[in-house]
Design a protein around this ligand. Structure first.
Ligand code: AMP
Ligand code: ZN
Length: 111
């Protein structure tokens, strides 16, 4: 997808160290961390919203959520963490390429 910052990161056109990568997703550090540890799990396939999910995209989302607990320890997310998927304008989504925020490394404030 042209002009999508996360597609550019996935393609390696914008350098961003990958803490994890497989055929369906990458994990990078958020550039503006909102917690001591703040990662983004980014599917390699471009789509913006959960509402766009078809069977193929559902498999990708499922893979992301199945993989996150397998890598939580290597990401230092001990003692729990928060998972956020912002959707659309009211949800505060600023990058229209679906991504999963992982926040942790400290006790997070209630919200
Ligand atoms: P959202 O507001 O849910 O769409 O989240 C987008 C996130 O992407 C924000 O937390 C930004 O700080 C983060 N972000 C934007 N550009 C980059 C980048 N080049 N590298 C890492 N994180 C980024
Ligand atoms: Zn994209």
């Amino acid at each position: 997808m042209e002009n999508c910052i996360f597609c550019k990161i996935v393609a390696g056109e914008i350098p961003s160290p990958r803490l994890y990568e497989d055929d369906k997703m990458i994990v990078i550090k958020d550039i503006e961390p909102k917690a001591k540890l703040h990662y983004l799990c980014i599917p390699k396939t471009h789509f913006a919203l959960l509402a766009e999910m078809d069977e193929e995209k559902a498999e990708i989302v499922k893979h992301c959520f199945a993989t996150i607990p397998k890598i939580e320890e290597q990401l230092g997310l001990c003692g729990g963490y928060r998972v956020i998927v912002n959707q659309g304008e009211n949800g505060g989504q600023t990058v229209p390429h679906l991504h999963i925020h992982l926040l942790g490394g400290e006790k997070l404030a209630d919200f």
